[in-house]
Structure formats: structure tokens, C-alpha cells
Design a binder for this molecule. Sequence first.
Ligand SMILES: Cc1cc2nc3c(=O)[nH]c(=O)nc-3n(C[C@H](O)[C@H](O)[C@H](O)COP(=O)(O)OP(=O)(O)OC[C@H]3O[C@@H](n4cnc5c(N)ncnc54)[C@H](O)[C@@H]3O)c2cc1C
Length: 367
Amino acid sequence: MFSNPSSFLFAGLCGGLFLNADFLITGAGIAGLATAQKLLLQGARVILIERAALGRESSWAGGGILAPLCPWDYPDEVTRLTSLGGLLFPQWTEGLHAATGIDPEYEVSGMLVLPPFRQSVAQQWCIEHKFALQQEGDALLLPAVAQVRNPRLVQALRRHVEMLGGTVIEHCEVRSIETNKNQVRHFATTQGDLSAQRYIITAGAWSKQVLGQYALQLDIKPIRGQMLLYKFAAAPLQHIVLQEGMYLIPRRDGHLLVGSTLEDVGFDKSTTEDARASLQQRAQLVLPALKDMPVAQHWSGLRPASPGNIPTIGQHPQLQNLFLNSGHFRYGVTMAPASVEILLNELNGVAQPFDVSPYRAGWGADR
Ligand SMILES: Cc1cc2nc3c(=O)[nH]c(=O)nc-3n(C[C@H](O)[C@H](O)[C@H](O)COP(=O)(O)OP(=O)(O)OC[C@H]3O[C@@H](n4cnc5c(N)ncnc54)[C@H](O)[C@@H]3O)c2cc1C
């Protein structure tokens, strides 16, 4: 449906306006990169702009577990997207690896849920949703849960986007959205005014700020998560281990991630001694070998939090050429390929795999 990228002529930044781009995507985290990749594969001409360096915010900071932590705690609107995302992930990462040579390290490592948790609710939910489970004493093993290594996934996506002819512009911040009647005319950015046929905002925790007066009732805000990293000679655990919101994620090369906090502190990305001590202490109870291990790294990221963990995907209620793919909160990596599929179905006028009205509700009542 889109014209060939080879015919993509643009004026360049010195002239102020890009010409002939089909899509201008704002925010190069996993949501923006995955959206750009799929549009490019359809033959669209895509510009992806990023305020700072590409893929260094939530999409870098996250753990890369490809399922909700306790899936039985979430509504069906979350389950549908995480399940579809989980189904699409193996082929998506395999394709990226083959195309770019960068391995996102997709791995079905399973997740062991330690007590306390709602045993009977969990079992019932797994049976109803055909989610594989094995009882391991008091613990529950979810053997189908997979993981990916976020920074590598982001690198692979960047390379693929560039190989497909996408234009990536870093250090380019959207300052305001300029409109004419019910259309976006251009985005005013720190590198000049940029225009395209259609605009997609994928700015994570900052999406509401980017939308400004056009955010309507959208309720996306930052929720900080802190993470610790350890390094072993070989993976110290066979599975991801989860206990009451604290998890340990073993990587192939012996790195071990311990996370995470949920903190409502605005756009403050600092790390704290309290969180470090608490994560260390809780992780040591699960894996005593950590007592003698130094923390190799400690970082934080800002999740794009939405009520109910339900993202907003699709067209703006008032501006016809403006779209959003954001607010995935704790599961933006897991949901990424599914969320892009929903958005592209809408753009292409293709039937959706399930009822997508909950992903429009975030704009508020006037939809
Ligand atoms: C500690 C932690 C653990 C997590 N663990 C998991 C997990 O195990 N599994 C899972 O599925 N998810 C996990 N998540 C959540 C997941 O990381 C996020 O939901 C996902 O990365 C959000 O992606 P995004 O592209 O929407 O946002 P981001 O990655 O934050 O990207 C948004 C981008 O927009 C840019 N931007 C902002 N404003 C502007 C502007 N004005 N102009 C241009 N660009 C702009 C930003 O610089 C940023 O690069 C975790 C998150 C954290 C913090």
C-alpha cells in the first residue's frame, strides 16, 4: 500500500521540512523501533526521531521477561496483548538475528514462582488460558515463559530499520504539535519543523508531554524501576525466579539481573541506597551465593504507566493523521510485536484479531 522507499526524496534538515515521508515516529524505544520496522517492511517511508540517544530509556533498563509476572493478576485486555506478543516473539527475534547478525538472545528459560502467591487462582487461570504450569513443591513453574536481552533487541531493531531505508535522527526533541483543523501540519522540533503524511507517538513515559494539549484524558505517567546486575562465571539459576514482585533473571553469559522497584517519583531517574539494599537482601534469601558478590551495576528506568497496565494504541480522536502506541507500563517489551500488529491493522483497515476498543479508551470519553 505504500510507495517504494527508493523513491523517498527529502529535503534534509537544513530546509526545515522533510518531504514525502509517510510516517514520522517520535520516540526510539522498543515501541518506536518496532513500529518503524514493520512499516518499513510494508514499503512505507519512515522517519524515526529521538530526543536523546536511541533506545536508552525504559527499553534499555527493563528485564526482558516475556510474560506478566503473575499473569493471573491482570485483566484480559493485558493478557490478549502479552499472549499475542509471546507468540510473535520467537519468529520476530529469529528474523532480526538472521537479517542483522545481532542476536537478541530470545530464550525459553521458564519462570519459577515462589510462595506466597494465590495458588488456586493461579492454577485455575493457567488451566483456563492454556498456560503451561508445573507444580514444584510449594512453587509453580511456568515453563513456557521466555526472556530477551533488551539492549541487544534494540540494537538489532536499529540496524534492521536502517537496513530497510528508515531515517533515524537522534538528539531531535519534539517541542510542539502544530495543527490545522483536524490534521497535524508539522511537529516543531529542536532540529526544525518536520512533517509527514501521518504521525505516530511512541514516547513512552513522555508521551503525554509530547501530546501537550492534545493528550485529552490520557493518563500515562512515569513509574521508576531500579535494577541490579551481578556477574557469575556461568548462569547461577536455570529459570527466572519470582517472589512477591522481586525477580532474578539469569542471562546466558552468567549475568544476573535483580529487579525491581515500583516508585511514583515523577521523571527522577536517580538510584537509591534503600532500593539497592532491599533488592540485595531479598535476592540473597533466594540465592545465598549473592552474599559474597559485588553489585556490578545499578540503574533505573521510567516505565510508561497506564491505568490497568492497558496501553493506548491507534488514532487520535480529533486529529486524523495522529496515532499513539504507548503506555505499556510493565510489559512494553512483551507487548511490542502485538501492539504494532494492532496499530498496523488499524492503519491498513485490516480486521483485528480481537476486540481492540479497550486500547482506545485511554483518550477518554470523547472518543
Ligand atoms: C526496571 C524495569 C523492568 C522492566 N521489565 C520488563 C520486563 O521484564 N518485560 C517487559 O515486557 N517489560 C519490562 N519493562 C517495561 C518496558 O521496558 C517498557 O514498557 C517499554 O520499554 C516501553 O517502551 P517505549 O518504547 O514505550 O518507551 P521508552 O523505551 O522509554 O522509549 C521512549 C523514547 O521516547 C523518547 N522521547 C521522549 N520524549 C521525546 C520527545 N519530546 N521527542 C523525541 N523523543 C522523545 C525517549 O527519549 C525514549 O527514548 C520494564 C521496565 C523497567 C523500567
